[in-house]
Each structure stands twice: as structure tokens, then as C-alpha cells.
Design a protein around this ligand. Structure first.
Ligand SMILES: [Fe+2]
Ligand SMILES: [Fe+2]
Length: 360
């Protein structure tokens, strides 16, 4: 492997490792010595002469059972190590250095999402069922949008039913904490937004079940239009070009179009998706609406979106604590965010000190 390639791979892994809770380990022996790592591990440059043979490494990993880090092998397609890895169940995934960047990121995300699943399963059956239904829904939705098919409201409503009807807020708070400890997959953000919008709605006095359904569904679907943005732009670590930024700014309109074309969605839900990036002073997008031109649900969604984005891990940044997030949001109230809703969200988060919404 050329030195330039090694450098590129090293910087990619460092960047992805920070965003996805991966620990980058230099050789096989250090993986075996760090069997209690509470994160996935990447094995670098494994075709190089190594202190533990590939076969022995896989056998020893297998013997560690569940008490071991998730292992991703990184290498070039067709090399003896990568061919061996494909047959080894001890290895959780392979990242091919010669694949497009977005495939590499997807491979990392897939392995790390197993961690989220384990953490959510540990919260109990209710949390596990919500996670599984939501994951299936968002995968189906993505497949439908990519195929240009309508997204049936009945499917979204069915997931909302199992969330709203079980109404145990403690489970939701625990789930939000776990989701935010993990990576920035669309599913994590959608579910985080659905639960946060629902909890904030309940906190400000939304009692009607149909309105609670609406808030959860709006949170789940607000970024639907992002499905049309290439992953290479969504996960880009550096500064976006003007064209890339324009593609990002189109997503609320895409969400609106997809929902209208699908049919069966409440107008309020459509407003939530198209208005969640509008700002009070009219400098937001896509329509540059000002203050009361933005619907109540649009303003609520904007507050939740900023809070979730700050407290979640993203490809280009780590988590921000609740306290720091509110300090940032305080500087955004008035000209951008609705100050009353920010205040109510603060009340909600701090009122639940037994289960903080993010690692402070
Ligand atoms: Fe958005
Ligand atoms: Fe969002």
C-alpha cells in the first residue's frame, strides 16, 4: 500500500473513529489486549507482518465471546487477510480501502449500530420494540423514496401508535440518551426528533392523542428529503462547496414534495417538515419566513432540531452537553428560535434530572 494511501486511510479512520465511537488500533495484538474496549475497533493495515497470525487472531477473538470489541478489518480487496476475514464470524465487518468513501462510512455505521441495538435492548422490551419498528420503518421509507414510490401514512401511523399509546416517558428519556450516545445515522436523528417533539409537546400541554401522533410522526419524517442528498455530501468532514450547501438547503422542499405526493399526511405535518429550518428573522430556508409566518409546529420542530443536532454525535463533531447546548441556543433565541419554546424545552430537560438527555 502506498504511503499516501496509508495517510488517507489513517485520517479517514481518525475522523470516522471520533464520530462513531471507534477505537483505531494499530495491530492484532493490541486488539486482543483491549478485549474490554467498550467500542468497536478498527484493525489497520492487517496485511503487514503482524505479531499474531491472522488465523490465530480470529480463533482467539472467537473464544472471547461477547466480551470483546466489535472488530472491523480494513484492507485492500483480494488480499489474503481480507479473503480470510470474509469467512470469519469473529470479525464483524470489513471495510475495503478501495471502495467509495460512502460505502466505507456505511460499513462503519453498520457495525456501530449493533452497539446501539445492544444498549437499547438493555433498556427493556418496550424500548427494543420501538427501536426495531422505527428502524424497519425508516429503512422502508428510504427504499420507497429512492424508488420514487409513495410513503404510506398508515405505516408511519402504526409506529406512532406503539410509541404514543405506551406513554411511559421514562423509557423515552432513556432511549434518547442511548440514541445520542451513538452515531449520527438518519434513524437515530429521526427517532430522537420524534421522541423529543412528542415529549416537548406533552410538556407544553398537548393532550390530544391525534396531536401527539402528529408530533412524533413529524419528528420522524422532517428530514425525509435528505434521502435525496448523496451521502458523500451529508457526511463530508470539511467545508461544503456552494453547490453542496445548496443541495442541503433543498431538503425541506424535498420532504414537502415527497409527503404531498404520498398523500394522506396532515397539513401540519407537512408544515413541520418544510419549515424546520426557517428562522424568526426571516433568514432561514427554504422560504425565508419570519416569526408568526412560521407555524407553531414549524417553530417547535426548529427548536427540537437544533437541540437534537447539538446533543447528537455527528460525522463532523462530537456530542455537546445539554448545558452547553442551551448556552448556544440562548444566543439563537429571538432572531432564530422561539424563546418561549426554548425555555419550555430547558424546563423539560432539567426537570428530568434523574435521566439527563445527554452526557453532561
Ligand atoms: Fe433538516
Ligand atoms: Fe433534522
Amino acid at each position: 500500500m502506498a504511503t499516501d494511501d496509508e495517510q488517507l486511510l489513517k485520517s479517514l479512520l481518525t475522523y470516522i473513529g471520533r464520530s462513531y465511537h471507534l477505537t483505531v488500533v494499530p495491530n492484532r495484538k493490541s486488539v486482543l489486549n483491549h478485549a474490554n474496549l467498550n467500542s468497536a475497533a478498527a484493525v489497520l493495515f492487517t496485511d503487514r507482518p503482524n505479531d499474531v497470525s491472522a488465523r490465530e487472531f480470529c480463533e482467539r477473538l472467537g473464544r472471547l465471546g461477547h466480551h470483546r470489541p466489535r472488530i472491523l478489518a480494513v484492507g485492500v480487496r483480494g488480499t489474503p487477510w481480507m479473503e480470510l476475514v470474509e469467512w470469519q464470524t469473529a470479525i464483524d465487518g470489513a471495510v475495503y480501502f478501495d471502495s467509495p468513501l460512502e460505502h466505507q462510512i456505511q460499513a462503519f455505521a453498520l457495525v456501530v449500530s449493533h452497539r446501539a441495538e445492544e444498549a437499547i435492548a438493555a433498556l427493556g422490551d418496550n424500548a427494543k420494540a420501538i427501536w426495531e419498528e422505527s428502524r424497519k420503518l425508516m429503512r422502508d421509507v428510504e427504499t420507497l423514496v429512492r424508488a420514487g414510490q409513495p410513503v404510506p401514512h398508515t405505516a408511519v401511523h402504526a409506529v406512532a401508535a406503539s410509541v404514543v399509546e405506551q406513554s411511559d416517558d421514562t423509557v423515552f428519556f432513556d432511549m434518547i440518551r442511548v440514541l445520542r450516545d451513538h452515531h449520527s445515522e438518519t434513524l437515530v436523528h429521526s427517532l430522537d426528533m420524534g421522541l423529543t417533539a412528542l415529549l416537548l409537546g406533552r410538556h407544553v400541554g398537548v393532550r390530544g392523542k391525534s396531536d401527539q401522533y402528529l408530533l412524533f410522526e413529524a419528528g420522524m419524517l422532517h428530514d425525509l428529503g435528505k434521502t435525496e442528498i448523496p451521502l458523500a455530501i451529508l457526511n463530508k468532514p470539511g467545508k461544503l462547496t456552494a453547490d453542496e450547501f445548496a443541495a442541503i438547503r433543498r431538503h425541506p422542499l424535498s420532504s414537502e414534495r415527497i409527503l404531498r405526493e404520498s398523500g394522506g399526511y396532515d397539513q401540519q405535518l407537512i408544515l413541520a417538515s418544510v419549515q424546520h429550518h426557517e428562522k424568526n428573522d426571516g433568514t432561514g430556508y427554504p422560504h425565508g419566513l419570519a416569526s408568526r409566518q412560521i407555524s407553531e409546529i414549524g417553530r417547535l420542530m426548529a427548536v427540537c432540531d437544533v437541540y437534537c443536532a447539538l446533543t447528537e454525535r455527528r460525522a463532523y463533531k462530537s456530542q455537546t452537553s445539554s448545558q452547553e447546548s442551551f448556552a448556544i441556543m440562548d444566543t439563537m433565541t429571538g432572531h432564530h428560535l422561539d424563546p418561549v419554546l426554548v425555555g419550555r424545552l430547558k424546563e423539560m430537560v432539567y426537570g428530568c434530572s434523574a435521566a439527563p438527555l445527554a452526557a453532561d
